[in-house]
Design a protein around this ligand. Structure first.
Ligand SMILES: [Zn+2]
Length: 244
């Protein structure tokens, strides 16, 4: 009888060890959390549009591809909206990234300027809106450092398919000029970058971003940028929100 009990205990212990396997496997769980923010509609408006596609549609379509691409690279992805046309204020978008402890927030937009090409923006100073001043100096520093690497890597990966319009401060945008930083940046507690993926009012840029193949290309280029930015940043100076 005692032998049977001992054997039962041994089996139970083995079962307990087996039950522990998911904990061991979790070493393969996502290293980074990325928040993708497909721009508009928000309090800033519904965005721009080309002749065949709106900014909301372009940002949403590329966001889905970027999500797939980042997940394939082992990252956890959070989106700021679950439906293409859902209205979400920019403050709320930042809060979703904050609540999910995102390591990086990537905001997707299209421009309506004259000209052509792709540009990235990050805060270089604090802004104030609704009595709130932000982001923190650490978030500004990390956003500038990571944004520079992100943009350079993305442009290299695009291999000349879109003109490089540069990595610029939030203050180069109309909203950024008004508040000294973009609204999403002010409320962000983690490094943030906003990509103006193309100039949608330019027919050639619109043609580019409508093509599903190019949307995948853009998603891959941005995923390359995210990976490079996270790797460089971790090596240089880890911010509180960037987990090793
Ligand atoms: Zn926009």
């Amino acid at each position: 009888m005692h032998r049977i009990i001992r054997r039962l205990i041994a089996i139970l212990m083995l079962a307990a060890i087996c039950a522990g396997i998911p904990t061991i496997v979790s070493a393969d769980s996502p290293k980074y959390v990325i928040c993708i923010d497909p721009g508009h509609p928000s309090e800033v408006g519904s965005g721009t549009h080309g002749r065949h596609i709106t900014e909301i549609e372009a940002a949403w379509q590329v966001a889905q591809r970027l999500k797939t691409e980042l997940q394939a690279r082992g990252m956890k992805v959070v989106l700021t909206k679950q439906e293409e046309h859902k209205f979400v204020r920019n403050r709320r978008r930042a809060e979703i990234a904050n609540q999910n402890h995102a390591d990086y927030m990537v905001r997707l937009h299209c421009d309506s300027d004259a000209g052509t090409g792709i540009a990235s923006y990050a805060p270089d100073r604090q802004g104030t809106i609704d009595g709130v001043t932000g982001p923190s100096k650490d978030v500004i520093k990390a956003s500038r450092a990571m944004g520079a690497v992100f943009h350079k890597t993305m442009v290299k990966s695009l291999d000349g398919k879109l003109k490089d319009r540069g990595f610029l401060p939030d203050t180069s945008t109309a909203v950024g000029r008004k508040h000294h930083a973009l609204i999403g940046s002010i409320f962000s507690k983690e490094p943030v970058v906003l990509v103006e993926m193309c100039v949608l009012t330019n027919p050639a840029d619109e043609k580019f971003i409508r093509d599903p193949k190019n949307q995948t290309l853009l998603a891959k280029a941005m995923a390359d940028g995210v990976e490079a930015a996270l790797a460089t940043h971790r090596k240089v100076e880890p911010a509180p929100n960037v987990r090793p």
